[in-house]
Design a protein around this ligand. Sequence first.
Ligand code: GAL
Length: 366
Amino acid sequence: MRKSFKSVALLIVVLLLTALVAACGKGDSKVSVGIVLPTKDEPRWVQDEQRFKDALKGSKYTTEILFSQGSSAKEKENVETLINKGIKVLIICPQDGDAAAAAVEAAKDEGIKVISYDRLITNTDAVDYYVTFDSVSVGAAQAQYLVDNAKGSGEPLYLYAGAASDNNAFLFFQGAWNVLQPKIADGTFKIANSSEAEALKDTKDLSRDQLSKIIGQVTTNWDPNEAKNKAQTHLTAAAADMKGDVAILAPNDGTARSIADVFGADSAVSSYVVTGQDAEQASIQYVIDGKQSMTVFKDVRTLVKDAMGMAVDILDGKDPATTGSYNNGKVDVKAKQTNVITVNKDNVQKELIDSAYYKASDFTGL
Ligand code: GAL
């Protein structure tokens, strides 16, 4: 009798402890805002992670940042992990804009609000907000730099683009084309590496399909290695009149550095002007060293502030402020947009050091 009383008591204690541990476990894993970023392999997104961490210091909200490592399947898994941790808001930069629809639809089904971060998630109604830079103006700034630094007329122009799975790649190219096309038409530039762009050189406003054709031909997939291989192939195929002083539209810093290395190593290329984007630390050094001509500075601190500001508004039951909207193929997504800044050797100190984005000691030869 006493023995069985003892064991029942023991059982109750064990059960209570188990319940307590489970409750604690749940408490520990409660996260209010989930953040999913595309890959750690590109400095751009590691930069965003760091800026999120800086912004979240001392915040009363719990957040967790997961990386998708270039895989939409991993991205979906990350979203499911965060859903299971009880998030109320999801901030997500998709690896592939279309493929991410399934992940955010799963979040929407749980009543979670979704903020598309930097890249728009396309063809779904499960996106509530979009925080972004003015991506059309990124491309326009790159192209304007090439125009401003063109040497005479008939200068060979090499075109490169981002990944076709990224809506931004279309916006960047569209912005660049708006500025470049008249300068191709008036003979300032001649297209060196894209028969698709050549075929469309008299068309100012390109449709999505027309953009797809060009991007399909000159995509880097945002991969510096792919960019390098393409640049090598293009230079091997180029006739002598496509060398000399050249202009290169490179879509971002990672691809710009590898394309610049290839062009810099070709003795028949006497000079090149190459664009970039993101103000990655390695590219700022390239700009200081004269190996990359410019970059488009997108102040990630602002994007992070906007995204977290929206998330906190949602958690507090308020409507986040927006400045416009973007159509994602299915719905108009309310958006908050931020401007960008062209940076070259002349203003790198002012824009990136004086603004405390980087420390002077991060670079040599400033
Ligand atoms: C774009 C993004 C750029 C660049 C690129 C490659 O979507 O806006 O800043 O980093 O992806 O990851």
